[in-house]
Ligand binder design. Structure first.
Ligand code: SAH
Length: 236
């Protein structure tokens, strides 16, 4: 399953399973995304995954599994620590009306995303270089998502304050999430959130991931998020 057509076939089946359209233009954008990612990865460290079928499975498909949480498909979505664009950009490719904001503390990653979104002609993607704890749009997003950024007790303070009341925070996690959830439980309440459920899914046959779904019940107290040093040294 390493070469062109076979890989595409397996990926297309996954796309079908998510009930996403087999749209030639969207699939061509993913292909171009792959090419640019691998080319730029020679110059800077964007991803350790470079084999084509793995990029499609572990980056593109994994990101696209979040399509299950879209209702209007026009949601405002904040991707915290978006790195090389996951999970927000594959979603934006398939759902062009999403209002996507991506924030990353590393300038080079934001520069990469600027070039990439221009090349792929993805409109209204807002790219912000900075730390999310300095970001001002509290309670501003229908969905706040993050993958591979921090442990949950730290991550939720970086994400929940930016979810609007009745919106959702989606934390993409490996299967060892149970202990993280226990550690984070008090903080979730403090931040005005509620853990709803863990949705476990197969990324591929021998690999499972989970989406931890949180709901925002009431505004987060103004003092959160604190500075990163405080969050990290003394998590809620
Ligand atoms: N979400 C991507 C990237 C994960 S790497 C993926 O799953 O592939 C984590 C990224 O989070 C890094 O690019 C890092 O710069 C960024 N990051 C970590 N803490 C951050 C913070 N407090 N604010 C903004 N970005 C942060």
């Amino acid at each position: 399953m390493n070469h062109g057509d076979d890989m595409n076939h397996a990926f297309i089946e996954k796309i079908d399973a998510l009930q996403l359209p087999r749209d030639t233009e969207k699939l061509a954008k993913l292909e171009r995304y792959y090419e640019i990612l691998v080319a730029e990865n020679q110059k800077m460290n964007l991803t350790s995954i470079t084999l084509k079928d793995e990029v499609y499975t572990k980056h593109f498909y994994d990101s696209l599994t979040l399509s299950r949480y879209l209702i209007t498909q026009k949601e405002s979505l904040l991707d915290v620590g978006s790195g090389a664009g996951f999970p927000a950009l594959p979603l934006k490719i398939f759902f062009p009306e999403l209002k996507v904001t991506m924030i990353d503390a590393t300038r080079k990653k934001i520069d990469f995303l600027t070039r990439l979104t221009q090349e792929l002609r993805l409109d209204d993607v807002r790219l912000i270089h900075g730390r999310v704890e300095d970001f001002l749009e509290r309670e501003g997003f229908d969905l706040v998502v993050a993958r591979a950024v921090a442990r949950l007790n730290v991550l939720q303070e970086l994400c929940l304050p930016f979810v609007r009341v009745n919106g959702k925070f989606l934390a993409m996690k490996a299967m060892q999430y149970a202990e993280e959830l226990i550690q984070a439980a008090n903080g979730t309440t403090t931040l005005g959130g509620r853990f709803v459920r863990a949705d476990v899914y197969h990324v591929q046959e021998d690999l499972q991931h989970a989406v931890l779904v949180f709901e925002k019940l009431k505004p987060s107290p103004r003092m959160y998020p604190r500075s990163y040093a405080k969050i990290k040294n003394n998590p809620l």
